[in-house]
Ligand binder design. Sequence first.
Ligand SMILES: Nc1nc2c(ncn2[C@@H]2O[C@H](COP(=O)(O)OP(=O)(O)OP(=O)(O)O)[C@@H](O)[C@H]2O)c(=O)[nH]1
Ligand SMILES: [Mg+2]
Length: 567
Amino acid sequence: MHAQATAPPEDFPELVLGSEAFEDGADEEWQPGADDEDGPAAMWVTPEQEAAALAALEAEEAAADDYDSGDEEGGSSSSTPRAGKRLPAEVRCFDTARIYVKGGDGGRGCVAFRREKFVPKGGPSGGNGGHGGCVYLEVDPALNSLMTFRRQVHFRADPGVPGQGSDMHGAAGKDLIVKVPPGTIVRERGAGEDDPPLFELLRPGQRALVASGGRGGRGNLAFKSARNTAPALAEFGEKGQETWIDLELKLVADVGIIGCPNAGKSTLLSVVSAAKPKIANYPFTTLVPNLGVCNLDYRTTVFADVPGLLEGAHAGVGLGHQFLRHCQRCRVLVHVVDGTSPDPMGDYRAIRQELELFNPALATKPQLVAYNKMDVPDSSDYWEDVREQLAAEGVPHDAVFAISAVSGRGVTDLVRAVRALLDTLPAEDELAAAEQEGRDQQTAAAAPLPGRRDTDAKIGEFTIESDLSGPRVWFVKGAAIERFAQMTDWGYYEAARRFQRVLVAAGIDSALRARGVQDGDTVVIGELEFDYDSDHSEAGMYDKWYRARREAGIVGKGQARWPHVTG
Ligand SMILES: Nc1nc2c(ncn2[C@@H]2O[C@H](COP(=O)(O)OP(=O)(O)OP(=O)(O)O)[C@@H](O)[C@H]2O)c(=O)[nH]1
Ligand SMILES: [Mg+2]
């Protein structure tokens, strides 16, 4: 902010503080004619004004209840239980994100004619525009959250390069590759949890096309035909596909470590793997699930340490329970019980209940219990007692382990037991299963993404709706005809004429007539709007095109040549 205050006065109108106090005051202070060299550069904004502006901005930000308005500093906010939207932004955003993706527009085609000495009537030589770049999501195993999407939500691939004269086609736009963590699920905007996702990205390097680039427009070379050897028209490039998509992260781990806050879950992860999660003696140290890879007896097991769970988490107490979704992919749960807690069994039951409330399938996952902090006398005194009570609840003795995560005592036994338990489970590989589903989804994904134009659509496939209540309006809807309208470059009379001919050939004109269209009615095709005219004679069409051009104030430029083709 301070840097902005000292910026040269010319920059002032661009400042986006959006505060009344700031703008009003600054207007009085800053004299456009004043010599900048006189006095300090920041004189045109007083410190009071800046403070007032910042205060207003902060108030505004606090009021705006959007994604980024949470506290980033942690501090008191992260240790007090908060519900719903007022959770720290970190917690709200790490495992879900909504992003905007747009493929690059195709480059426009070119109208050019070959002009060379000794080559009379060289013919058309305008090249096609390049294809727009596509947006892909790609799995990057180095990522473990969707946090990056807090900084950037808009992703646009490069447009195609326009075609040029001398038969030069434009280059294709560069694809944009957006990195996502393994376990990212892609859904249509606003789709529910139960709707089939568009993609599930699990394996490193796996890619999904989320927004394809537009086709390049054809240049006049492409329109050359035996009948029209000197076409004076070209197309615009097709617009790139654009859409909003929801991302959700479900970590891919074999083992989920769950338990109350401060039970020692992160400590356990840090001793079984090389992960270095934050460990501290207060609840909710962990806000974002951590992954760790454990290598024991030449076997690799991935552990996930999720934030602590409290009784009432399903109702948003503590950090809520949303992160439990990460455990849905885990095959085994390790439930860490804090031996130093005043009521270890109460903690245990509370967590079991929260699991049940979140998802009954999670509560039936195989689980091992780790009674932690055995190095503390308080805790070891109660160990036998807790063990018996757990047995009474149906947790056999061999599924309960006494450990001290800090010293590492008992941890190896626990990990071996986890491994053994994993081995007894059906060899069904979660990834393979998900991928199997993924294969089925490939077909689903082949269905058009929201906002996508179906490239296979036929020009004759359209529907007509009308609104004759006020000014008479006809809406012609169809993927192919809308694309055609968008790509038509009205700057060329021939393009306008071609459009008119296609309307007739595709049966749109006759369909409109059958429905009772009248001259002067408005016809809307995609973003194109024009007045209907039944006069399809060459002179009539030219006249209409010329009038439209003049109304738009572009007469004199462009290709107002007529009649130049005798067909
Ligand atoms: N004495 C003793 N302290 C332990 C043991 N394991 C963890 N602690 C301590 O317990 C505190 C909490 O440990 P964390 O690993 O951060 O606990 P957590 O379950 O990840 O907590 P949250 O992330 O806040 O839910 C830390 O001060 C650890 O040093 C243990 O075996 N013995
Ligand atoms: Mg932790």
